[in-house]
Design a protein around this ligand. Structure first.
Ligand code: BES
Ligand code: ZN
Length: 424
């Protein structure tokens, strides 16, 4: 059983928290000894007492800022916080800016009999407002499903699942529909992405709102208004890059994204990975290993890995070629066991170091390591799988012992990787 001390922000004495597995961020304030302690005070075999407050304080600080959405003022605050923390640990830290066109929903809805159901525009949809009959398409909107109803000149409504959103749109368009509503297969709503822009407005609505509508449209003739108020806005993202002075050719790059989706404070996704990157930075700051690494906190991940793509694009081929590994941390504060995927020699190294690590092949989608894998950099992706709070407002909790375990495992892998590199 792990026992650890947590200092509260108030003047209450230290409390012993026993068997605490999930710590509510914002509930427990911490006053870490970090600011006065030097990095060498944090060896790998650190006692949990020393690391827990630090993890809590980074995750807590980021979560308290609210959802960290790229292009919003909060990202100046978040990136400045990270720069300050890296500098406190002894590194040079800078912000790298980049721009991209971001799809933004400014409020989209389906109005039925004067009642507006708030929905979410699918990323890539055409904007606009149109009124027409609502036709319920059975199942999930395959060609055969559209063949059983007449959607010509009407707004089609069908269920999420089984086939890609873009395919539902194509089938609806081929059948003559003028708009499409996709009902989630769970009670809440979802954020969907179209891989091709749609010829008409496409809206997602929650299962709670949509399932009765699917039924009602089957029974009676409904005239509805589908309104998509969305478009592209140029946004500026901010990567935070840190390394010791004079380190121009890192052998290993450690990173994680610090942005989150709109509406979610992103404790696990991904203040957790950011906190682990900071913890590793503090831990090795006074060791020779720090001469061989760079740290990057990526922005723009949730909109399509924009921060890591920008970093890769602007890095010299020489820098990328010299990397023996890119270690990416994303969602490492909830769930057991620790999972790794990536380049086989790195997953094997991880497995040898921590035998209860689950290796999930070499798949490299879903997070920032993919941008590095795409240009041939060996990658190792640390995560702990999906969890119920993923991309939700309730993503507010992490387990500090899991962050600690991730940090310790990564430190061992880093040490071996750098030692191997010296031999070759
Ligand atoms: N943190 C997730 C990726 C993830 C999911 C890691 C589950 C571990 C377990 C990431 O922020 C995310 O949501 N990625 C998107 C894709 C991205 C290109 C927008 C995803 O996985 O759908
Ligand atoms: Zn993430």
């Amino acid at each position: 059983m792990n026992l650890y001390w947590v200092n509260t922000l108030s003047r209450t004495p230290k409390r012993l928290l026993a068997s605490l597995s999930i710590v509510a961020v914002g509930f427990i304030g911490c006053t870490p000894a970090r600011e006065t302690a030097k990095a060498q005070d944090y060896p790998v075999s650190i006692s949990v007492q020393q690391t827990v407050p630090s993890f809590n304080s980074d995750v807590e600080a980021l979560v308290k800022m609210g959802p960290r959405v790229t292009g919003m003022p909060v990202m100046e605050q978040a990136s400045n916080y990270l720069v300050a923390e890296f500098r406190k640990a002894g590194y040079e830290a800078e912000i790298q800016t980049f721009t991209y066109d971001k799809f933004e929903d400014q409020g989209s809805s389906l109005t039925v009999n004067g009642v507006a159901f708030r929905g979410l525009a699918l990323r890539g949809t055409t904007a606009g407002s149109l009124t027409g009959h609502l036709v319920s398409v059975p199942n999930v909107g395959r060609i055969a499903d559209f063949a059983t109803v007449n959607v010509k000149g009407a707004i089609a409504i069908t269920q999420r699942g089984e086939i890609p959103f873009t395919e539902k749109v194509q089938n609806a368009a081929a059948a003559g529909a003028i708009g499409l509503v996709i009902v989630n297969n769970a009670a809440d709503n979802f954020s969907g992405i179209l891989t091709q822009s749609s010829p008409f407005p496409v809206l997602a609505i929650s299962g709670n709102q949509g399932k009765p509508l699917l039924e009602q449209a089957r029974r009676e003739l409904l005239t509805v208004t589908l309104s998509i108020n969305a478009g592209q806005r140029k946004v500026t993202g901010r990567n935070v890059i840190a390394h010791l002075a004079g380190v121009t050719q890192p052998k290993v790059l450690l990173g994680g994204h610090y942005d989150s989706v709109a509406g979610s404070p992103g404790a696990n996704d991904n203040a957790s990975g950011t906190a682990v990157v900071l913890a590793i930075a503090r831990n090795i700051a006074q060791t020779p290993q720090a001469q061989k690494v760079w740290f990057v906190a990526f922005d723009g991940e949730e909109d399509g890995l924009h921060g890591s793509k920008a970093f890769v694009k602007t890095s010299s081929p020489q820098l990328l070629k010299g990397l023996k590994g890119m270690l990416n941390f994303d969602m490492v504060g909830v769930n057991q066991p620790l999972r790794v995927s990536g380049t086989p020699f790195l997953t094997q190294l991880a497995q040898a170091i921590k035998t209860d690590t689950v290796t999930l092949g070499s798949s490299s989608g879903g997070s920032d390591h993919a941008s590095f894998a795409a240009v041939g950099v060996p990658v190792l992706f640390f995560h702990r799988g999906l969890e119920p709070n993923y991309h939700k407002p309730t993503d507010q909790v992490v387990d500090p012992t899991l962050l600690n375990e991730t940090t310790r495992t990564a430190l061992k892998i880093l040490r071996q990787l750098l030692a191997k590199e010296e031999q070759t």
